[in-house]
Design a protein around this ligand. Structure first.
Ligand code: EPZ
Length: 426
């Protein structure tokens, strides 16, 4: 079966204005939270990406009616609470499906969610999610690869959600959503501070929840009897914004980026300034330019507000062309390096040592056929194609479609020479 691919001719300097979509990683848990609500939920700035469509499919199977009422506006309303099973075939394709666990237990007193498998970026354990549910009083069993959870009524409690890699984004989301309808107060220690977690808390509060401390490592949830629906606009996608910042820097272009919150990207922008990339705040977002000579840097990914693991691959592409040796360490997903051998095919000089990659800057990258493997590695390969000499063919771009809305269109609109071929890829 021949697959779609991108064909990219490198060398164009990107200039113009690009508008960033709503954040996929805010949309997914907020969509799942609709399970908790009595009445209609309308979400705005929802990106039309594959992961959102997959979650719509899962929510429909769980009795939630989902309807696109405008291009990026989604209406969700619970019609039937009978089915509480999230099937393996959906969960294995999208790990984020795990975020229906908390809402199902809290609202329907039961949940059967397939254990998500691993994925291209490494192990994806859910032990912290299960710890949170047990601390709230749920009985959990593992039956045929499924988590089977039951709870007459969840009871507020204290919990510590730190694991060996630090905090957990979706684990904190599940804990907050479950605690929202629990009896009493829940305190989540070492909660994730990501903006997407704060966005979920703000959404839940708009539905009548009582959550405070979001954005800090200590979140307090006072359980309420019920949650009503609401209309809510989600935050911009900081990872998409960071990806386009790298595109501007790589091509020595000048991009105006609209709908970006620079306070969500402090560590990343700080790193870019060390490389020699200028990110200037504007009334509508930011303007990005760079000096021709890129400086090498050393970076380690951390939970927010540290350097985001979701921008590790994109930064690596940029550092391939820096004037000297850089070092990137991914402390969150130490195996998140599927882009390394593909970038090497384009002439990058990279050496992996466990969870660290040493990047020896080269004068140029050379276009080649490459293979996408996970969402952010795919973005890194598209970025490399934009600056490489000659033509790059990025195969398996369905990975990219999971989290980037109309990426080729947005790049073409600012001068990128990128074409989507519907078939002929491998
Ligand atoms: C979210 O995944 C994001 N996905 C990921 O983005 C992102 O990379 C990740 O957070 C880290 O920022 C969504 O929001 C849909 P974690 P999540 O639980 O919540 C370990 C993308 O490209 N861990 O914060 O699944 C885990 O193995 C995606 O958009 C446990 O040990 O990540 C990892 O090493 C990829 N036990 C670390 O914690 C657990 O129970 C952080 O994972 C849970 C996680």
């Amino acid at each position: 079966m021949s697959l779609p691919f991108f064909e990219i001719n490198g060398g164009n300097r990107l200039r113009g204005t690009v508008r960033i979509s709503g954040a996929k990683n805010a949309a997914l848990p907020i969509m799942a939270a609709s399970i908790l609500c009595e009445g209609e939920v309308v979400l705005r700035d929802i990106p039309r990406v594959a992961d959102v469509e997959s979650l719509c499919e899962l929510l429909q199977k769980l009795g939630v009616e989902t309807t696109w009422i405008e291009d990026n506006a989604l209406r969700l309303i619970v019609r039937d609470e009978m089915n509480c099973k999230a099937e393996y075939d959906i969960v294995r394709k999208m790990r984020a499906s795990i975020c229906v666990l908390g809402p199902l237990i809290a609202k329907r007193q039961k949940a059967q969610v397939s254990m998500p498998g691993g994925c291209a970026i490494g192990d994806r354990p859910v032990n912290l999610h299960l710890r949170a549910m047990e601390r709230l009083g749920a009985d959990l069993d593992l039956v045929g690869g499924d988590i089977v959870a039951r709870a007459k009524k969840l009871v507020g409690t204290e919990m510590f959600l730190g694991g060996r890699f630090g905090s957990t984004v979706l684990g904190t989301a599940n804990a907050m959503m479950a605690a929202a309808l629990a009896d009493g107060v829940t305190v989540i220690e070492m909660a994730a501070c990501e903006p997407e977690v704060a966005d979920l808390a703000n959404f839940l509060n708009q539905c009548g929840a009582s959550i405070s401390g979001q954005g800090t490592p200590r979140i307090i949830v006072e359980g309420v009897k019920e949650l009503h629906g609401c209309e809510y606009r989600i935050i911009p996608d900081r990872i998409e914004a960071g990806t386009f910042m790298v595109a501007a820097a790589l091509t020595n272009g000048d991009l105006k980026i609209e709908n970006v919150r620079l306070d969500h990207l402090m560590a990343f922008v700080d790193c870019l300034s060390g490389v020699g990339v200028h990110v200037e705040k504007t009334t509508l977002g930011a303007e990005v330019t760079s000096s021709r000579r890129l400086e090498p840097v050393e970076v380690t990914t951390q939970p927010f507000p540290g350097f985001p693991t979701d921008l590790q691959a994109q930064l690596m592409t940029l550092l391939c062309l820096a004037d000297g040796n850089s070092v990137i360490t991914d402390k969150i997903f130490p195996d998140r390096f599927m882009h390394v051998p593909e970038l090497a095919r384009m002439g990058a000089q990279l050496r992996r040592e466990g969870g660290t990659v040493i990047i020896e800057g080269v004068k140029r990258l050379i276009g080649a056929p490459v293979m996408a493997s996970d969402l952010r590695a795919s973005a890194a390969l598209v970025l490399a194609g934009l600056v490489a000499r000659g033509t790059t063919r990025v195969n398996r771009i369905y990975h990219l479609a999971r989290g980037y809305e109309r990426m080729d269109e947005k790049l073409r609109a600012v001068g990128g020479d990128i074409q989507l071929h519907p078939e002929g890829g491998v």
